[in-house]
Design a protein around this ligand. Structure first.
Ligand code: ASP
Length: 377
């Protein structure tokens, strides 16, 4: 099975793999059910397909409340989840996602540890990914996982089903398929800039085929009404049929363009760049990023005052370097990263069940401040 290590013994590996395959054949509804608790609340954040607009609003309101409380009463946030612990399990490289999860955990007072280098873990002794996961889960209440396998989200949920541990899973990127918390932060960033996303037009440029950010992001956009998505890529990197069918079924108008960025920035609301995901191809950086997909200062000039430019990062040659030196509020590359830390705090607060407390606390602080202001007048 794709990039999952089932252990050194072929017979045992085949046995476990066939059990997992059985779980997969149950289909998406059974999978979603396995990600919810008995009250229907999401207990694992593993797929963008499990979100609703209501849930995104809950996370956004919690995020905004936590952000403001952190300026007025940071100790309140720090006291919320002091009794919880999380393992950040990142065998695949990461900077932003790893650090922003780690900072989000720290803001909420969660105790945190990490495993990043498998050379220092028992995987180096031939322990299977299944046993490694179950072992790690014994010590924590949550695990943030990033892995090169497309199926790792499914794999972790399946593995936890066989255990009695009440553990929450946060998918921090699984292969080319899913990056749900990146999708949440992008959705948040778009809404903060544009207001409602109903009726908006988004252009994804670059590696539409292998970008998990695009795959999860497009699924969240499909929750909105009258959305148009342009996938701008050479034919060899065009959007996969699975994503195209999923979002088309939900009412998104899909346009596939293979002639470069051209005049698109003049009329789309969001310009979203992605790098070539060449770690999933022949080898690192062996592919050439198409010249007609480089976002230049001319493209920036074309953009309307209300539209934005985004990139999940890391970036390489997708954006003309002079844009790094232009102070323009439509360039959301850096602000989005900070949003990532706060939306991850909002998401974790929701999953660990302290989101309402955060929103209530902010409401009471706000009432107190308004009262004080009135008294001063
Ligand atoms: N940071 C994003 C990801 O993990 C985008 C990228 O790596 O290109 O998918």
């Amino acid at each position: 099975m794709d990039k999952i290590y089932w252990g050194a013994d072929a017979g045992l590996a085949a046995y476990h793999r066939s059990r997992f395959e059985e779980f997969l054949t149950a289909g998406p509804e059974a999978f979603e059910k396995a990600c919810r608790d008995e009250n229907g609340r999401l207990k694992h954040i593993v797929s963008a397909e499990h979100f609703s607009l209501d849930l995104l609003k809950t996370i956004r309101d919690t995020t905004n409340a936590a952000r403001r409380i952190s300026k007025m009463d940071p100790d309140f946030l720090k006291g919320l989840l002091r009794h919880k612990s999380v393992l950040n399990y990142f065998p695949q490289p990461s900077t932003r996602t790893f650090l922003s999860f780690s900072r989000a955990e720290s803001k909420l007072g969660i105790q945190r540890e990490e495993v990043r280098d498998l050379k220092t873990s028992s995987t180096a002794k031939g322990e299977s990914d299944l046993d490694a996961l179950r072992t790690q889960s014994s010590f924590y209440e949550g695990m943030v996982v990033r892995h090169p396998s497309d199926l790792y989200g499914h794999f972790t949920v399946w593995a936890m089903q066989n255990s009695r541990r009440p553990l929450h899973i946060f998918n921090a990127g699984s292969g080319t398929k899913e990056h749900p918390t990146q999708a949440i932060l992008d959705h948040y960033t778009m809404e903060e800039s544009l207001g409602t996303l109903d009726g908006k037009t988004i252009a994804f440029y670059g590696d539409c085929l292998r970008s998990r950010v695009i795959h999860s992001g497009a699924r969240l956009l499909a929750l909105h009404k009258d959305v148009t998505i342009y996938f701008v890529a050479p034919d060899s990197l065009q959007i996969d049929t699975e994503t195209e069918e999923y979002i088309t079924r939900r009412g998104v108008t899909v346009r596939k363009i293979n002639t470069g960025i051209g005049e698109l920035p003049a009329f789309v609301d969001v310009n979203y760049m992605t790098r070539l995901q060449d770690e999933y191809g022949a080898g690192s950086q062996s592919e050439k990023y198409p010249a007609d997909l480089v976002f230049t200062k001319d493209h920036l000039r074309m953009m309307s005052e209300t539209s934005i430019l985004m990139h999940p990062m890391p970036k390489r040659e997708e954006i003309e370097p002079c844009l790094d030196y232009i102070d323009d509020k439509r360039i959301m590359l850096w602000r989005a990263q900070r949003n990532g830390m706060w939306t991850r705090a909002g998401t974790m607060a929701y999953v660990f069940g302290v989101d309402e407390q955060i929103r209530d606390k902010y409401a009471s602080l706000e009432t107190r401040i308004t009262k004080m202001m009135k008294q001063r007048k």
